[in-house]
Design a protein around this ligand. Sequence first.
Ligand code: URA
Length: 247
Amino acid sequence: MAKIRLDKYIANGGVYTRSRAKKLIHANKVSVGGKTVTDEAFKVDEEQTDIAVNGINVRAEKYIYIMLNKPSGVISATHDKKQKTVIDLIAPQDRRNGLFPAGRLDIDTEGLIILTNDGDFAHNTLSPKKHVSKLYAADVENYTFSAESQKRFGDGIVLLDGSKCKPAILTYKGRGEGYVSVTLEITEGKFHQVKKMFESEGGRVIRLKRLSFGEIQLDDALKSGEYRKLNPTEMLYVEKIKNNNGA
Ligand code: URA
């Protein structure tokens, strides 16, 4: 990889002029690999991806796609005065202007959420027309799993407000003290959808975790609160969605 000066690297990003880049470097606003660098002539790789100005990554790569294992207690928003957001979990060198969660999980829902600055991808995955399937693991209180209930989910549950859901696949996983563990695959994204579906069966979801989103599965290696960029195989799915051929 070709080595270039830090001020040139920043100017190549297209946001700052070369002279502005120099000023930012002298003002301690630029980091390389998380460490502040004050020498404008510092040599970096042209393809290096861990250089930030004011905490925002400046690399030329236009879009970023991150898989986050969202913990409970964190909200799916970009900023909030009181609550911790999913963006707060992303290290400065991986942040971009416009980074936001593609879809929402409730504050108490855990698991897979994709963060991106690619509005087209987010729009396409959230469009009801795309029928992107989402798989959740749920622990449900006051609920008895039965073939009849499974069929109601399969036919399309009617919520307490009278609205009918699209067919969903309910699978029994086991039983704990006072609750039943299931997985549920849905293709919609109504507000509190999984919780409301079980409410209409008299149950209460006490733990909810998203395991997959379309063809992208939560990486088992990610502990709660950890994230990684989508790998090349997962990126094929992103491209598929963007080209309107999504699942
Ligand atoms: N359904 C819910 O009820 N909550 C979520 O966070 C996601 C799906």
